[in-house]
Design a protein around this ligand. Structure first.
Ligand code: DQQ
Length: 551
């Protein structure tokens, strides 16, 4: 195979073989974290979809159980697609998922599955009650674009509500609201929760976040209903855009009376704040009562060819789970790898302190293996004088800005950052970096500097035929004091990066041919005119977690 087996991930979640996609129904139950996910038991391409099931004490070490939900009834005979879990008042979970019930077209209905034995903390067996399907497309709904039910929540009337993603007409993404008293008979609300002209909404996710600056999560099912308490929460609506293959979200308010969601930014659906500007799709959050936090799971596809996937026998990983909370500005979320991942760090990190990196210079970080590593850096830019002016024609298209001038193009302030998975002769390298611009003069006023974060994988592999897109997003941070941080989780074919404490994230899949295993190197580089300083860089080797078969 053209893809070396050294490229299989070391600490990201991945089954031993075959295709995986969306994370499903993540939850915490009686001391165990559960992750279900879309899985093809028969091969490394999408198809024959079942719900694979793994459990963990810490979201890092996993035990694989046998699939929880497989095609077995008329209502899911042709596929058990994505869905979510809801905790009932008595503490037992219910799963609602999409079933495909016709072979010719992807006709979609929603089904429930219940634990056979609620006293089993591993929830090994799931049963499908005879009254499935519980929701069918009616009243003009597009039956082939009607899927991915969310976690349900309760209104003041005690009735459950959930969302189903859909497409209205040619191009309107829609989140329909369904209500039920008993999780069995569901009726659709006259108005959808929200909609926008973005194309099909897959995998909607709708949840409360605390709005008072704390990082604590809020349980979706038991979300506060009284006015005083709801003043302290905001809501997040996330959708996965089928056409563009990315997840975007808005922050807003939930009008419980009208059963509508209103983004704070009226143009929010166009602004496309993304969880991740890279390879990250069909994500889903859950509330973790053990640590009172909200956790985000997302799927990262391969970016080699389908033929490579078949040759290597596997495709798809889950990103490292991220804690998410509302930024104090209220405008966006912050994301950070769950603290448990730090237990995989080796004992002796390599530390670099107060190292100046001159224009055009690069500095190698030596003394550890970096094919499987965690790197945290704080940078300091001496002066922003050299910052380039933002071309108004490009202004505010991060993706274009980054791909027009990649990591090797000399800039003003930046590009500076890391070369990861780099070969000794630098024939191969993946750049993760920042670039700072003066804002385009808009109405004369000088705004704050614009910070762009990018990954440039165009030199990541000497193998041909790889999909090597540059990824980029703006970082809404104030860099006038010159300071910005970067963290990269490097895992053989994964580079998962967090800019400015989780204000912008980019996950890339890369397939080096030289920079593998012990030959993968790590550098700090500076291709700008301005000197930068690494105030501190800490790099840890990452251990392999235990991934066991318990089926
Ligand atoms: N994947 C599932 C669908 C969902 C899509 C099928 C998103 O339920 O809409 O595997 O990746």
């Amino acid at each position: 195979s053209i893809v070396d087996s050294e490229l299989r991930t070391g600490y990201h979640f991945q089954p031993p073989k075959n295709w995986i996609n969306d994370p499903n129904a993540p939850m915490y139950y009686k001391g165990w974290y559960h992750l279900f996910y879309q899985y093809n038991p028969k091969g490394a391409v999408w198809g024959n979809i079942v719900w694979a099931h793994s459990v963990s004490r810490d979201l890092i070490n996993w035990v694989a159980l046998k699939p929880a939900i497989e095609p077995s009834i008329r209502a899911d005979k042709y596929g058990c697609w994505s869905g979510s879990a809801t905790m009932m008042a008595d503490g037992t979970p219910v799963i609602m998922y999409t079933g495909v019930n016709r072979p010719d077209v992807n006709y979609q209905v929603q089904n429930v599955a219940l634990p056979r034995n609620g006293s089993d903390p591993l929830l090994r067996e799931w049963v499908k009650p005879g009254h499935n399907p519980v929701i069918v497309p009616e009243g003009g709904i597009n039956a082939t674009q009607f899927r991915d039910p969310t976690t349900a929540w309760r209104g003041a009337d005690g009735h459950w509500r959930l969302l189903v993603g859909s497409l209205a007409g040619q191009s309107r993404g829609v989140a329909y609201v369904y209500r039920s008293r008993d999780f069995r008979r569901w009726t659709r609300a006259a108005q959808p929760l929200h909609s926008a002209p973005t194309g099909m909404w897959e995998c909607p996710d709708f949840y409360p976040v605390t709005a008072d600056g704390r990082r604590e999560g809020v349980d979706t099912s038991s979300a506060v209903v009284d006015a005083a308490a709801s003043a302290r929460v905001k809501y997040v609506l996330k959708n996965s855009l089928d056409l563009r293959r990315y997840d975007y979200y808005t922050v807003g308010t939930y009008d419980r009376k009208a059963e509508r969601y209103v983004p704070d930014d009226p143009a929010g659906d166009e602004h496309h704040i993304r969880y991740d500007y890279g390879n990250f799709y069909a994500s889903k959050t859950f509330y973790d009562p053990a640590k009172r936090r909200r956790i985000l799971w997302g799927w990262a596809n391969e970016s080699d060819t389908a033929a490579d996937d078949v040759a290597k026998g596997w495709a798809g990983i889950q990103a490292i789970p991220r804690k998410v909370w509302l930024d104090p500005s209220g405008k966006q979320l912050l994301q950070w790898p769950i603290e448990e991942v730090e237990r995989l760090r080796g004992k002796w990190p390599v530390i670099l302190k107060d190292r100046v990196v001159k224009p055009g210079e690069h500095v190698e970080v030596t003394g550890l293996q970096t094919a499987q590593a965690d790197v945290e850096v704080s940078f300091e830019v001496g002066s922003l004088e050299a910052a380039e002016r933002l071309d108004p024609a490009m202004a505010y298209d991060a993706q274009r800005l980054c791909s027009a001038r990649g990591a090797d193009a000399r800039g003003g302030v930046g590009p500076f950052g890391l070369w990861v998975l780099a070969s000794a002769g630098l024939e191969e390298k993946t750049a993760v970096f920042f670039r700072v611009f003066r804002p385009a003069a808009r109405g004369g006023g000088a705004g704050k500097p614009v910070v762009l974060m990018c990954t440039d994988p165009t030199k990541s592999s000497r193998n041909p035929n790889m999909y090597q897109p540059t990824f980029a997003g703006f970082v809404d941070t104030d860099i006038t004091n010159g300071k910005i941080s970067l963290r990269s989780l490097i895992d053989r074919s994964v580079v998962e990066s967090f800019g400015a404490g989780g204000k912008a994230c980019i996950l890339s899949r890369v397939y080096p041919s030289l920079a593998i295993g012990k030959n993968a190197r790590l550098y700090v580089f500076n291709n700008g005119k301005a000197e930068i300083k690494v105030s501190q860089l800490t790099a840890w080797e990452m251990k392999k977690p235990v991934m066991m078969n318990g089926a």
